[in-house]
Structures are given as C-alpha cells and as structure tokens.
Design a protein around this ligand. Structure first.
Ligand SMILES: C[S@@+](CC[C@H](N)C(=O)[O-])C[C@H]1O[C@@H](n2cnc3c(N)ncnc32)[C@H](O)[C@@H]1O
Length: 478
C-alpha cells in the first residue's frame, strides 16, 4: 500500500488511539465473558452467512467498490484534529457494531472502516490492525476501496499539477524498454503555450532549499539563500544567532516552516536537539539530511494550515523518480540525528522515519535537487558538493533546492531552456533559449556541455546522475 501524507501528519494524535483500539479489541475478546458468548452465539449464524457473503463479495464488481467510494467522497471529512479523532473513533465502533451483526452488514462496515482510515494519521498501522481484527471479507473490501482511491488520486494529480499559470504540464513519454523488457515511461515538462527566445516560461520557489554548509552563518540568507553584500542587511535568528536572514519576512517564514524546530539553541540558550544534525551537516558537507529535516518540518506546518489543497507537500516528493540507495552506517546515523532533531517537536515522527522511508526520501531528494546560484559575487569559494546538483551554471553554487515542477525537466545536450536565478535567491526562472511552440517538450542541460565530446557527456551524465542520455543529439550520434 502506498503511504499517503496523512501518515506524515503523524502529530501523534491518534497514535494512542490505534494502540487503544487494538488493545480494546484484543482485551475485550480475551477477557469479557459476555463479549465471548456473544461472539460464539453469532459465529454459527455468521459462518453460514459468511460463505454466501464471501461469494457475493468476491464477485463484487469494481463498480460496487466505486459506488462505495462515491458515497464516501461526497461526505465532508472533519478538518480539525479533535474532530478527526472523534470521527475516526465513531467510524471504528460503528464498523465494529455492524460486522458483529453479521455478513449482511459487511459492506456498510467496510465503508465505516474505510472512512476511519481516511482520517487516521498512520493508515498503514491501522490496516495492520484491521488485518488482525476484522473479517477477511470486510478487509478485502476496505483494501479494494483504498487501492481504487489511491489509484484515482494518482491519476488526477497531473491534471491539477502544475497549476495552469505555470504554462507547463507533465506528460508521459514512452522511452523504450528496460533490461527486463518492460516498457519504460518517463515524464517530462511540456509547454502549454508558445514562447519566444528569452521569455520567462515560469518562476518557481522550492519546497525546501539549503545553503551549502560552509556558507551557513555567513552573509547568506538561511531561508532564501540570497547573498547579502552589506552586513547591516543581515537579520540574525534571535535565538541561536548562528543563522542569518536577509529580511524579517525570511526570518518569519523560516521560523514558521522549520527553524523553530531546527534552531540549535532553545529559548533558554541551551543546546537544542538539532545541534547534532547541524554539526553532522557541517562536518560531512552532506546537505541532504538537513534538507529532509526542513522538508518534514515544513510538511507538518503546511498540513497544519489546512489550506484545503488536494495535494500536499509529501505528494510532490512521492512522485519523483530516484535511483535506489543502499543503507549504510552514514544513513543509520542520519536517521538517528533526524529523529533526535524532530522527535520532541513532532510526535510520531519516530515511527514515520523508518529505514526504508528514509532511504527513499533521501534518494528522491538527491536525484531531483538543483544547484542554486544565488550569489551576486563570485568572491565566495565553495567546493562543489559531491553529487547530483543539476543545472550547473557559470557562477558558483550557493546551495540546493527541491522544486515541484522543475524536477520534471529532462536533460538534453541541446536544451531549449535554461534556469536562471534572476531574483538572486532560490527562486528559479525557466527561460526559453529558443522559440518554443505549445506542445514542445522543455529540456535543460543537467551538465555544462560546452565543448564536451559525446563520450565525455555520456560519462559525466552517467557518473553524476546514472543517466543514459536519449536526447536528440545523443540519438543522432549513436
Ligand atoms: C529529474 S528526473 C526528470 C523527470 C523524470 N523523467 C520523471 O519521469 O519523473 C531525472 C530522470 O529523468 C530521466 N532523464 C532525464 N533526462 C534524460 C535524458 N536526456 N535521457 C534519458 N533519460 C533522462 C532519467 O531517468 C533521470 O534519472
């Protein structure tokens, strides 16, 4: 089952409730004699009906599942944490009462359980509880509804994202067969209107960005990565005074989105849990764990806004392609540091950051971030970060950002667009480098190919991005 962000909301509110529910169920079964007798009484009748019902349910067409789903989506799910918790508990006990009454109520029970699942912050865990506690026939229907729901959410995503005003859409492009003979489908960005050479196609701010570790605390904004030429423009964090911002707005945004959690000093001036993560980032020059910490903090913040947006921060990360990474001692340490940094402020994050989920999130970030050149001067001297910072420009890189739409840009050795940091912060502008027609695929150069030969380009693309280039130029050279 795919985990949706609702898992990530993990504000722990219902963590207690799941356990409570499971415990209630088990203990009631084991110890309450009346409950046991009732179960026994019902069992015979239930077994008979169950056979017939199981047959009906296995024959249940997709249409039925869709009808069940339609009956649910029309409902208004509550939005506040308290109401969601009450709603969830009410659905769980309604479902339980229904299935105990017998198989003729299984469909209704399944709908209740499905509704509970929709508001529960850790659905994967609840599914496991269901698997142990509800009749298999009911469980099958709940899972059917869940997978249909995930599927339709998946399909709809690219109809609402990117927003129309960005003038681009994500389109699937067949890209040959993989080593197992499976058809490879890749996604790229396509223009939805024409542009003349030099025109800005869209601008986009990142979901999250981070400064190159050695620039942290120097004259670069911790939020938007802008270089501040004069010291008097710097607005330090009032608590840690380790990080600086270019404006009050950036300080406020950073505070709300992540810095209140990740500030290395607590209000009493003592060392805060995020200190160890900060030291690790500096020593290892590994930007990703810190970025992930910001990402997770921001994800929880965005959800707390209850903006009503259909897709949330996690949805944007979840669809990005990645190259699988293997877990090593570094990652084990990073997981530990991340849990330490976020654990006391985001209850439940401990369970959320499993090794598997961490590895996938890390790989997605590594594979999709863009190097940001927000510096005005080239006077700072940063060693290039080891890997995967797309769109290398002539100016040194000041940090990296994870962008929603820009992540879908494919590489070409003869690109028709380029990325520009014209506002000298982490805002990306995609600029047409030739005339573009509506429907044309947009591509950037992941590497500076200048005078490189085809072999050199291939080697660099493969070493940095594990990418075997299929752009028009490379195909022609083959
Ligand atoms: C940042 S993602 C771009 C979006 C991606 N195509 C998708 O399906 O979501 C980078 C990945 O796209 C594919 N890609 C990008 N440019 C390519 C190219 N010129 N030739 C082949 N694959 C490319 C590679 O799989 C690469 O790892």
């Amino acid at each position: 089952m795919k985990t949706t962000t609702i898992v990530a909301a993990t504000v722990g509110m219902l963590a207690v409730a799941t356990v409570g529910y499971a415990v209630y169920f088990d203990s009631k079964r084991q110890s309450d004699p009346e409950f046991k007798r009732k179960l026994k009484r019902d069992r015979k009748r239930a077994e008979k009906l169950a056979k017939a019902e199981a047959k009906r349910l296995t024959e249940e067409s997709t249409q039925d599942i869709e009808d069940f789903l339609a009956s649910v989506t029309e409902e208004d799910f509550p939005t506040s944490m308290e109401e969601r918790e009450q709603f969830c508990m009410a659905q769980l006990s309604a479902g339980e009462e229904l299935f105990v009454k017998g198989p003729e109520n299984y469909s209704k029970a399944a709908i209740c359980f499905y509704k509970a699942l929709k508001v529960y912050p850790a659905p994967a865990e609840l599914v496991m509880v269901f698997q142990k506690t509800i009749p298999p026939e009911v469980f099958t229907v709940v899972m059917g509804m869940l997978s249909k729901d995930v599927q339709s959410k998946e399909e709809k995503y690219y109809t609402v994202f990117p927003p129309k005003e960005m003038n681009v859409k994500v389109e699937e492009k067949p890209d040959g067969l993989d080593v197992n003979g499976q058809r490879v489908v890749r996604r790229g960005l396509v223009a939805t209107k024409g542009f003349t050479k030099g025109e800005v196609i869209y601008t986009e701010t990142p979901v999250v960005s981070s400064l190159e570790p050695s620039l942290e605390g120097k004259n670069f904004c911790h939020y938007c990565l802008k270089e501040m030429i004069k010291k008097e423009y710097m607005v330090p964090c009032t608590s840690c005074s380790v990080v600086v911002f270019c404006s009050e707005e950036c300080r406020t945004s950073a505070g709300q989105e992540f810095h209140e959690i990740l500030c290395t000093k607590n209000l009493n001036g003592g060392s805060a849990p995020a200190q160890a993560l900060r030291e690790y980032t500096k020593d290892s020059r590994n930007i990703v764990p810190g970025m992930l910490a910001k990402f997770l903090a921001k994800m929880v913040y965005d959800e707390s806004l209850n903006s009503g947006a259909e897709y949330n921060t996690f949805d944007h990360l979840e669809r990005l392609v990645y190259v699988e990474q293997t877990l090593g001692p570094d990652e084990e340490k990073e997981i530990e540091l991340l849990k330490l940094a976020l654990g006391s402020s985001i209850p439940g994050i401990d369970q959320f950051i499993t090794e598997e989920r961490y590895m996938i999130m890390k790989a997605r970030i590594l594979h999709n971030i863009y190097g940001v050149s927000s510096g005005l001067s080239a006077s700072f001297n940063v060693k290039p970060l080891p890997e995967t910072h797309r769109s290398v420009r002539d100016r040194p890189i000041t940090g990296a950002g994870l962008y929603r739409a820009t992540s879908y840009l494919m590489h070409s050795c003869e690109p028709n667009t380029k990325i520009v940091y014209s506002s000298r912060d982490h805002t990306v502008s995609l600029v047409a480098t030739e005339n573009i027609r509506s429907g044309d695929e947009l591509q950037v150069g992941y590497i500076k190919n200048g005078k490189l030969s085809t072999e050199q380009r291939r080697l660099e693309l493969f070493t940095k991005y594990r990418l075997q280039c299929s752009c028009a130029l490379c195909e022609m050279t083959d």
